[in-house]
Design a protein around this ligand. Structure first.
Ligand SMILES: [Zn+2]
Length: 295
């Protein structure tokens, strides 16, 4: 999908136009963009996505906060008397870093609908953060592994655990992203696997953040045998609200807008028309129908 702006076709998280806009560094948005000579994005996203392209500046465009993760932005495009907004991935509620999406007004809205189902309404983030820290302190003689996506969610989780004075063990891949977070002023207290510090930390009870695929009971059982200490596993993902994982605990920690947020976003945008990418937005649209018909 691309949108024209002052004679330039801007690709929306893809390479179909003249210059791409990259909303954030998650890999489902960066494919095909690594070889582009010029890209419209933030410094943070360019670093996290490991892209060398020059940063583009396009008249008539503005990047707006998206929440979601470090460097994430929405794109507003002014042209032909119309304002178009492309949300990329957004989260409306301020996360532990205080990041949240701006709520712009526009004529045409192109928005994500990852959680476009009315059953996906998340508890307040503070509640989820407390659940995680409660689980960690209630099981303080067990080793704990928590599965989460290595970019974005893991850094949020590290900060959550830091609030309970826990410095979790992280993978090298997650560490590469942590270093970039720190480059932009986000302090994260963690221990990197394979270092002397990690070896020392793992001689006592530890908390580790692992890739989602490792947060399984069989992996916890292997660690339990290796370290001779009870080991429990959990996941931190929005899907945990309804989906059952093969873990001891599951926390519905999401960095996306939930159903109510999507409805609210559309209503306040006063958009004349809305289209969705990433998920089915038909139920969101139905919930806002009354508002849209009044325009
Ligand atoms: Zn994302």
């Amino acid at each position: 999908m691309h949108i024209p702006c002052n004679g330039i076709n801007i690709g929306l998280d893809n390479s179909s136009g003249d210059i791409p806009f990259l909303s954030h560094a998650h890999s489902d948005h960066t494919s095909g963009l690594k070889s582009q000579p010029k890209i419209l994005t933030t410094l943070e996203t360019r670093d996290l996505a490991d892209i060398n392209a020059a940063l583009a500046n396009i008249d008539g465009t503005a990047m707006l906060d998206a929440g979601h993760m470090l460097g994430a932005r929405q794109l507003a495009i002014e042209g032909d008397g119309e304002r178009v907004v492309y949300t990329g991935d957004i989260s409306l509620k301020a996360n532990i870093f205080g990041w949240k999406a701006e709520l712009p007004q526009c004529d045409h809205l192109i928005m994500e609908a990852t959680y476009g189902d009315p059953t996906y309404i998340f508890p307040p983030l503070e509640e989820i953060y407390s659940q995680i820290n409660r689980w960690v302190s209630e099981n303080d003689t067990s080793n704990l592994i928590i599965g989460s996506y290595e970019l974005g969610k893991t850094q949020e989780l590290i900060r959550v655990l830091n609030e309970s004075s826990v410095a979790p063990i992280v993978t090298e891949k997650a560490e590469n992203f942590c270093k970039i977070y720190e480059k932009y002023g986000v302090k994260l207290d963690r221990v990197v696997i394979g270092t002397n510090e990690a070896e020392e930390a793992m001689s006592r009870r530890f908390v580790a953040i692992v890739p989602m695929r490792k947060a399984k009971k069989y992996f916890a059982a292997r660690l339990e045998k290796a370290f001779e200490r009870q080991t429990l596993c959990a996941v931190a993902t929005g899907w945990a609200l309804h989906y059952r994982f093969n873990t001891d605990a599951a926390f519905a920690l999401s960095d996306h807008a939930d159903f109510d947020d999507l409805v609210y976003y559309i209503e306040q945008s006063e958009a004349k028309d809305v289209e969705f990418f990433c998920g089915d937005g038909s139920k969101v649209l139905a919930a806002t129908k009354g508002v849209l018909l009044n325009i």
